[in-house]
Ligand binder design. Structure first.
Ligand code: ADP
Length: 397
């Protein structure tokens, strides 16, 4: 028995969750929270399992708090709270490349191989890895486990992962990987428990948050997904463009004379819902707005979900169930309703009352497709893997 810390480190935020593990069995949630605004004026908030705030702190610029000092501070607080050493730390690592499918215990060799993948996810991977290094610097002997966003998609057929570029590029890793895999693995696991019949069939899960993607699952395994080589591909997102004709990118370089950095910023930070609405990347603000551009951005978001659902239903050879998850998927009945209307040709029919109440099943009894809302829990999935790996290695007591 011991405590596991799960970390999801981004460029300006650090999400964390603490779990108690029996070694085998479901880890128990103890606390969770996040530090936001890192690099400017960091703000930490932590809640216990009932949602009660148990810690809050703000740092000013004068404190010169860095990712490293904040993580060391967090570890110290958590060790104090727990009263003994943690048994392990599980990390969300965005890219496992072609080598890493399953979660792995981190050692020097693994870290070097993950470092080599930074060019494939330059905006995320370096932050994930610096959190691993920061924990090592404070507690070198604490076991650390990496769980990969790409891992769940690893067994997809070659036809789903290949890009139509010269073969040599595929060999060096320029191919479709897919992301949000930790979330989809959790959804597949939950579905297997609550609805085994459906989970054994053809399912599309929609992870709709600031980042958004769809995953086609057959018998609980990913066979296709909308994100590809990077997390820019696929659906319209909060600030990311989604699938784009590469010719449009060439135009930005050749005709607009934009630099690589400027194009990267445009595609990752100024596009998507924000770019189209000119108002916000936040779905709540867009739903509440009367501005026609806000409505247009929501319509485009929904249009592409429906369009890509058609594509993935084709990859699956039909569709038995559709699952909504993540910030928008779980909390925006308006978006679920608009998506369902566009999917009515597939046999999707939702019960608007169940949809508004966020019932677990929101489809009508006569709907050909079962439509569910399942809250995702990436941190729990990381805790489950970390506990399993530690138990396997015999380090969990
Ligand atoms: P991330 O990808 O950063 O983890 P989340 O999964 O938290 O993001 O999703 C964030 C998105 O969810 C934002 O667009 C936010 O507006 C949206 N969202 C959260 N709550 C609601 C709500 N009640 N109604 C509509 N959208 C919501």
């Amino acid at each position: 028995m011991g405590e596991i810390l799960c970390l999801n480190a981004g460029s300006s935020s650090l999400k964390f969750a603490l779990f108690a593990s029996e070694g085998s069995g479901e880890p128990q949630s103890l606390a969770s929270g996040k530090i936001e605004n890192i690099g400017i004026e960091p703000h930490l908030v932590a809640h216990d399992a009932s949602g009660k705030t148990i810690a809050e702190q703000r740092w000013t610029k004068a404190d010169k708090a860095t990712h490293e000092t904040l993580l060391a501070d967090l570890l110290e607080r958590i060790q104090k709270q727990v009263g003994k050493d943690l048994i392990g730390v599980g990390h969300r690592v965005v890219h496992g490349g072609m080598d890493f499918a399953a979660p792995v215990r981190i050692d020097d060799d693994v870290l070097a191989r993950l470092d080599a993948l930074c060019p494939l996810a330059p905006l995320h991977q370096p932050h994930n890895l610096s959190a691993i290094r920061a924990v090592r610097a404070v507690q070198p002997s604490l076991p650390q486990i990496a769980c990969f966003d790409t891992g769940f998609h690893h067994e997809q057929p070659a036809v789903a992962t290949r890009l139509a570029l010269p073969r040599a590029l595929d060999a060096e890793g320029v191919r479709r990987y897919g992301f949000h895999g930790i979330s989809y693995e959790y959804i597949a696991r939950q579905l297997g428990e609550i609805d085994p019949l459906v989970s054994g069939g053809r399912v599309i899960a929609a992870h709709l948050g600031n980042g958004a993607s769809l995953c086609a699952m057959k018998d609980g395994r990913s066979i296709d997904t909308t994100m590809g080589f990077t997390a820019l591909d696929g659906l319209v997102m909060g600030t990311r463009c989604g699938a784009l004709d590469p010719g449009a990118v060439l135009y930005l370089f050749q005709e607009k004379g934009m630099s690589t950095n400027a194009v990267e910023h445009l595609l990752y930070n100024e596009s998507g819902l924000l770019g189209v609405s000119g108002i916000s990347s936040d779905m709540r603000a867009l739903i509440e707005s009367d501005d026609p551009h806000a409505k247009e951005s929501v319509d485009l978001f929904v249009y592409h979900i429906a369009r890509q659902t058609g594509a993935l239903a084709s990859s699956l050879g039909g569709l038995d169930a559709f699952v909504f998850t993540a910030g928008i998927g779980e909390n925006a009945p308006e978006v679920r309703s608009l998506v369902a209307q566009r999917l009515s040709w597939l046999g999707v029919e939702i019960d608007e009352d169940a949809n508004r109440r966020r019932a677990p099943v929101i489809s009508t009894s006569s709907s050909r497709i079962t439509v569910r809302v399942i809250p995702t829990d990436e941190e729990r999935m990381i805790a489950i893997h970390t506990a399993e790996l530690l138990a396997h290695a015999g380090t969990a007591s």
